[in-house]
Ligand binder design. Structure first.
Ligand code: ZN
Ligand code: ZN
Length: 764
């Protein structure tokens, strides 16, 4: 007898029984153990952060990540998959700051780094239980009992090995660079972080009159950041363009680009008087070194102190004729183009903004946040008769993706990995990856690599992998690549162990590798014998997640064979916002260390939108709670919807009705078809194992369905082997429809017939 099949379609309850069965019998573990010795298929799990709750998009990533490894397991591969947790970085610190009522670095240091770090370590597990339940409900199989955790000392030690390897290649350097900088978090951001936080904003720009020295005339120059004007040290023109001196209808004499005369001055004209009259024409180079009167005293004083010449016209190709006046103002501390001009003309370095993004006392706006200084600067210049215009303009401006503060471009000392030196390798390795869809690998990601920038890797923060560089007052720097090396070079390692023995539970006689503990460990300078101290920086947490292929196994200190067997990954999958995040950091680090692509196939997932195609957000109230959705529709229905609905890389509209429709049409039909079989097979006491299929005795209808079935098997196998998910799902759906609505419907009477005739056996 076949097990009785209930005709109710309560899939949600049945799913829970299945999940429990998997758990009680360790089915996931068995699915790997029974494949011992079989070929290995490797999947890397991109680590989520457990200090945020899962959202509906995580259902999509988990179900795609889950289905390919299952398929490979069914095809005879062993598919180990270690779950992971991303635990370092600013979001954790921000959460702890909020919890403790602290604001900014000064207050954190007052509170004490030791207890602050302890709080961070606890905070990262805030929603761990929720994530585990979520994974279980979704049916996502991964080894959650032995996950990799990016804050573990072993993980950090592997990263130190990586950084030292990069250091030894001469690709880790300290530079003075203009960096995108979050003044609230007090730290620079990497270019891939910046790329995640652009927003369209409307601001006022300034067209400013700079008085030409010794002449009753003005340079008209344009800037989008008025707060940089107090730090102005030069103006810049395009050397190849044509510039004019004009008498304008407002009574002033101006120098500006010919191409922009009408755009800027046109509105001054009336029917009687023309807007301007050209007095003379120049080439950009003719204006070079022409001097003007400084706008603010502070900049002039600072230039004098530095014994540098300032406040004259410079030339650079980047000045365009598309906006403004064809003359731009130069503040070398606040922009990469400006900094280059500054180096070329040996301009003074004037940075009248402090690390918190506030104007300094060298300006009349001391203590004001830069963006709040903007309107004051405009008012002041207007009072002085130096403001020609303050047109509103709209542009995309970067905000901190963590705390939403506007970023500023700011000169800072920072540590970099010289990605520009391995650009060709990055591109070559990327070309070996099978991107699904192809367009992202060639387009968005390929373009990103074509314009690759050095990776600004240091963060002036606390909760992260410490940068393992020690420096001596003699100038010597040393990069430590392992705990062993550190112990060998340090005269006080054991003292530090003793000092913190309570905090570290007298832990194995080792110093924890985090700040502030590691900061106390000194090493002896190999050059001069003095004490070397660790630099204060920690590193970008994207380096952590990008290091997971080897750091999850504590390679090269342990598990050498495991790593070698499981590198590179056969398959990874994450949402499209990881293009410049994890997809990039994996490729970057793997190229630096092994000069190899770290993954062979990657499915890029689109974002999940609401049913009207709008982005989901808590504030709009259209965000779907994943737990509620799973409880209402069941994991299988949601999984099926994501598989069949659209290509995974397209934005996916999540729509409860459509999920239910798919459940009814596919799952319900399949279930009812099987229930029909069981009902009659049990009445007839039919046992399929007692019969052999005799092909020549089958009806045309039977042969048709068998042919359809075998075509289906081939289609599913071809598609899944090539990571084509919706094509697979649709083929299954069509087959179930054919089987139920054609085959079973046309064959019903055969099951109702008396006795056990050949035709009935065939139908069964
Ligand atoms: Zn920030
Ligand atoms: Zn030294």
């Amino acid at each position: 007898m076949y097990k009785k099949v209930s005709t109710n379609l309560n899939f949600v309850e049945r799913e829970k029984e299945t999940a429990q069965f998997w758990k009680d019998h360790d089915i996931f573990k068995k699915s790997i153990e029974t494949r011992e010795g079989d070929p290995v298929y490797t999947f890397y799990d991109g680590p989520p952060t457990a200090n945020g709750k899962p959202h509906i998009g995580h259902v999509l990533t988990r179900v795609i990540k889950d289905m390919i490894p299952r398929y490979r397991t069914m095809k005879g591969y062993m598919v180990p998959r270690k779950a992971g947790w991303d635990t370092h970085g600013l979001p954790v610190e921000l959460e702890v700051e909020k919890k403790l009522g602290l604001d900014g670095k000064e207050q954190i240091e007052e509170y004490g780094l030791d207890p602050f770090i302890t709080q961070c370590k606890e905070s990262v597990w805030k929603y761990k239980g929720m994530w585990e339940d979520f994974s279980k409900t979704v049916g996502f199989w991964a080894d959650m009992d032995n996950p990799y955790v990016t804050y573990n000392d072993n993980f950090i030690e592997s990263e130190w090995w990586a950084l030292k390897t990069i250091w030894d290649k001469g690709l880790l350097y300290k530079g003075f660079k203009i960096v995108p900088y979050c003044p609230r978090c007090g730290t620079p951001l990497s270019s891939h972080e910046v790329a995640q936080g652009y927003k369209a904003v409307k601001e006022r720009s300034a067209v400013v009159r700079f008085k030409v020295a010794g002449e009753d005339a003005y340079f008209l120059a344009w800037t989008t950041t008025p707060w940089t004007l107090p730090s102005n040290v030069a103006l810049c023109v395009n050397p190849e363009e044509t510039y004019c001196k004009v008498k304008a209808a407002d009574g002033y004499v101006y120098y500006m680009a010919k191409a922009l005369l009408d755009k800027v001055l046109g509105k001054l004209g009336t029917e009687e008087t023309p807007a301007y009259e050209i007095l003379e024409t120049y080439k950009g180079t003719d204006l070079e070194y022409k001097e003007y009167v400084p706008l603010y005293e502070g900049a002039a004083k600072s230039a004098e102190k530095q014994h540098k010449k300032a406040h004259f016209v410079t030339c650079a190709d980047y000045v365009t004729m598309s906006d403004g006046t064809g003359i731009v103002h130069i503040a070398p501390a606040f922009g990469e183009d400006d900094a280059q001009v500054g180096r070329k003309y040996d301009l003074p370095f004037v940075q009248f903004v402090d690390g918190k993004g506030n104007m300094t006392e060298d300006t009349p706006y001391a203590g004001l946040f830069v963006k709040d200084a903007d309107p004051k600067v405009l008012v002041d210049l207007d009072k002085e008769g130096l403001l020609f215009d303050a047109p509103k303009f709209e542009h995309d401006y970067p905000f901190c993706w963590r705390c939403d503060t506007p970023l500023i471009y700011y000169a800072r000392e920072s540590w970099f990995i010289k990605m520009t030196a391995v650009k060709d390798d990055l591109i070559r390795n990327n070309n070996k990856i099978n991107w699904i869809p192809e367009s992202i690998g060639k387009g968005r990601f390929g373009d990103w690599l074509e314009n690759v920038q050095d990776w600004g890797i240091s963060r002036n923060r606390y909760w992260g992998t410490p940068l393992p560089v020690w420096q001596c007052e003699c100038g010597k720097m040393h990069c430590i690549g392992s705990r062993e090396e550190l112990k060998k070079m340090s005269p006080n390692y054991q003292d530090v162990v003793k000092k913190y023995s309570k905090e570290m539970d007298g832990d194995k006689g080792e110093v924890e590798l985090h700040r502030p503990f590691i900061d106390d460990v000194v090493i002896t300078c190999p050059d001069c014998g003095k004490e070397m101290h660790r630099v204060p920086e920690v590193i970008d947490c994207w380096f952590d997640s990008g290091a997971m292929p080897f750091a999850q196994h504590h390679y090269p200190f342990e598990n050498k064979e495991v790593f070698e067997q499981q590198f590179p990954a056969d398959f990874i999958s994450e949402a499209v916002d990881q293009t410049r995040g994890w997809f990039y950091s994996l490729l970057a680090i793997s190229t630096l260390l092994f000069n190899k692509a770290p993954y062979k196939n990657v499915i890029v997932l689109g974002h999940v939108q609401d049913e009207n195609g709008q982005k989901m957000s808590k504030s709009k109230g259209n965000a779907v709670d994943p737990f509620e959705a799973l409880e209402t529709y069941g994991a299988d229905a949601i999984r099926w919807y994501f598989y069949v609905n659209s290509a995974p890389w397209l934005p996916n509209r999540f729509h409860g009705k459509a999920v239910q429709e798919g459940q009814r049409k596919f799952m319900g039909t399949l279930w009812n078809t099987y229930a029909f079989f069981v009902l009659y097979a049990n009445i007839d006491e039919f046992d399929a194992t007692k019969y052999k299929l005799e092909y020549e005795k089958l009806s045309v209808m039977d042969k048709w369905l068998l042919s359809k079935l075998n075509t289906l098997v081939k289609t599913v196998d071809d598609n899944l082997a090539n990571y084509r998910i919706p094509e697979t799902a649709r083929a299954l759906q069509e087959f179930v429809d054919d089987m139920s609505n054609w085959y079973v419907r046309r064959s019903r009477e055969r099951f109702w017939a008396k006795g056990m005739e050949q035709d009935k056996i065939n139908a069964y």
